[in-house]
Write a protein that binds this ligand. Sequence first.
Ligand SMILES: CC(C)(COP(=O)(O)OP(=O)(O)OC[C@H]1O[C@@H](n2cnc3c(N)ncnc32)[C@H](O)[C@@H]1OP(=O)(O)O)[C@@H](O)C(=O)NCCC(=O)NCCS
Length: 162
Amino acid sequence: MNAKKVSESMVEMRELVLPNDANILGNLLGGRLLHWIDVAGAMAASRHAQSIVATVSIDSVEFKHPVKVGEMVLLKARLTWVGRTSMEVLVDVCSENYLTGKTMFTNRAYLTFVAVDENNKPVPVPGLILETEEEIRENQEAIKRREQRLLRRNASAGANCG
Ligand SMILES: CC(C)(COP(=O)(O)OP(=O)(O)OC[C@H]1O[C@@H](n2cnc3c(N)ncnc32)[C@H](O)[C@@H]1OP(=O)(O)O)[C@@H](O)C(=O)NCCC(=O)NCCS
């Protein structure tokens, strides 16, 4: 499998916030935004892996500014790290008021996806070619985030519904 550049799988996705996406104050629901973040991230991971992917982790997400009904949401997703079968994807979210042209950075989220086959079994993914200083820095930070995630995964391994 040939390694791929970060730029080869980047995804930009735009959504218009409609009344059904919002709470009674007219602010975008957090759950709806998480769904869009998941979809944008999954598309970037799928493009890199050329495979079906499953979300295994979404790191904590902060909602910095409310996004209002009628505004647009721009999501930019790119890979930061790959393992054997898993990939970390960074998703940046900005809101845009197209009437005024004002844009606002609202969120950054890190998600982990695993490439799977039709039987939901993990499959290897191509390596990641880092070209810019920012990509190298993100990759180094991704390694630390992964260590923390695996610690959390181990800590919750014994949890059950009983
Ligand atoms: C995806 C799935 C098939 C992987 O199975 P698994 O038994 O966890 O497989 P493994 O333990 O071999 O892990 C596969 C890779 O994922 C990574 N991984 C698994 N869980 C992880 C987590 N919580 N955080 C970070 N990485 C994780 C492993 O480190 C491994 O990475 P590597 O191959 O790059 O070294 C399984 O976890 C699954 O089906 N999960 C549910 C996915 C889903 O339904 N998502 C929608 C939301 S509910």
